[in-house]
Design a protein around this ligand. Structure first.
Ligand code: URA
Length: 426
């Protein structure tokens, strides 16, 4: 292939021009080989941040990220494969319930997941609070478990879209994360490389999400749906509200316990409603006509969850870690809860020890927040709003200092929460 000049590629994008397929292929391959420097790629990412990528540029950019690593082949399984990806929220434990639920309805769910960074938790961190559970599987183990159990949640291997890992780390330190083409290509390159045949995208919008407006969420959703469809993956996006935390539990072991509650037919309504809503879309995509609500209520989904945990050496009957330092935040007035700010609760859980600031940090299994009220609840002065859990006094103080005004109380009735907002199919 012709060698390009990195400076030429940067200036074309800086000036609002269109990059050729060859220029994109060259720049991503040369960056992967270490021949384009981080500072040059940073400049290109910033140019893309401001000037975007056209549909053909985005397709090529995504293709080259996929081609930088391995692509799993999930053909030949006895069940159709369908996965879900969430753009990340506070208290978002849906994968833990959804994967076994959809498997109990007859599909295979390959969930290659990540760890949490900042105020949103990671699915692997949550499952790792179960004694013995192991996140790393070989490709063969994953395939075998998909066939025998129907659901796998495991770590995405380093082989999937490795250029994305380098680019994501660079975007994180150069203020270029919040770009629709860069987010879309990053998420979709990994999901397409994972080999799933169908995909539901849970695009979160609101205070606790990194997309704050419905217009941006629509744009992100339709860009990702188009990329999936162009690659032969049947893709639908569901926009969902992330103004207040999902469910009551925010924190690793706390969220596993709440997930088990929902898997046993109980648990908070919003978690159940969102899980069932996403399951219905997933099942429709792969042509399975089974009612997921019935599978939650009759224990089938919980049974698959237990098998999924055992297959990865976890003990589904083990006691989960509990943080010993506890505090309760009380209401300072009577009234109606107007907001429970998901971002503030997420940051508090992180400060309590449930999340990490850097990739290398470890997380506390037991730390977190239990949210005891929801928007619209009528409360009285002195009523408990949050329970905080931490492994030591220092973390407890940090969490308490952060959660301060996460709840606002007024006299007006608050608007009714809607969790499922819009479905985007193209
Ligand atoms: N998640 C990803 O994997 N990539 C992004 O760019 C943003 C969120």
């Amino acid at each position: 292939m012709t060698a390009f000049s990195a400076v030429d590629v940067i200036t074309i994008k800086r000036d609002g021009g269109t990059l050729s397929n060859d220029a994109i292929t060259w720049v991503l391959e040369a960056y992967d080989r270490g021949e384009v420097a981080d500072e040059q790629m940073s400049a290109l990412l910033m140019a893309i941040f401001f000037n975007g990528l056209g549909p053909q540029e985005l397709l090529t950019w995504t293709d080259r990220m996929i081609a930088s690593g391995e692509r799993l082949d999930l053909h030949g399984l006895s069940r159709p494969t369908v996965d879900k990806h969430s753009t990340g929220g506070v208290g978002d434990k849906i994968s833990l319930i959804l994967a076994p639920l959809v498997a109990s309805c007859g599909a295979a769910v390959p969930q290659l997941s990540g760890r949490g960074l900042g105020h949103t938790g990671g699915t692997l961190d949550k499952l790792e609070s179960i004694p013995g559970w192991r996140a790393f599987l070989t490709n063969d183990e994953m395939r075998d478990q998909l066939e025998s159990v129907g659901a796998v949640i495991c770590a995405a291997g380093a082989g999937l879209a490795p250029v994305d890992k380098k680019l994501y780390a660079l975007r994180d330190v150069t203020g270029t994360v919040e770009s629709i083409p860069l987010i879309s290509s990053s998420i979709m390159s990994k999901k397409i490389a994972e080999g799933t045949h169908a995909l539901v995208l849970d695009v979160k919008v609101g205070r606790g999400a990194f997309i704050k407006t419905i217009e941006r969420a629509r744009e992100l959703a339709s860009t990702m749906v188009a990329l999936g469809t162009q690659h032969g993956v049947a893709t639908v996006a569901q926009l969902t509200s992330m103004d207040q935390p999902l469910g009551r539990a925010v924190g690793n072991a706390l969220e596993v316990l709440e997930s088990v509650d929902v898997l046993q037919g109980r648990g908070p309504n919003d978690v159940r409603e969102l899980t069932i809503g996403l399951a219905e879309i997933m099942l429709e995509l792969v042509g399975i006509d089974v009612d997921p609500a019935a599978k939650l209520d009759d224990g089938s989904a919980y049974e698959v969850f237990r098998q999924m945990i055992k297959a990865q050496d976890g003990d589904p009957d083990a006691e989960l870690p509990v943080a010993v330092h506890k505090d309760v935040v009380l209401a300072s007035r009577d009234g109606v809860v107007q907001t429970v700010d998901a971002l503030k609760v997420g940051v508090a859980a992180w400060r309590l020890g449930a999340g990490r600031a850097r990739k290398e940090d470890s997380v506390s299994a037991g730390a977190g927040v239990m949210c005891l009220v929801r928007e619209g609840d009528r409360i009285e002065v002195g009523q408990p709003l949050f329970e905080l859990f931490a492994d030591d006094e220092e973390h407890l103080t940090r969490g308490r200092d952060t959660i301060g005004d996460a709840v606002t109380v007024g006299d007006e009735p608050a608007a009714q929460e809607r969790i499922l907002l819009e479905k985007i199919t193209k």
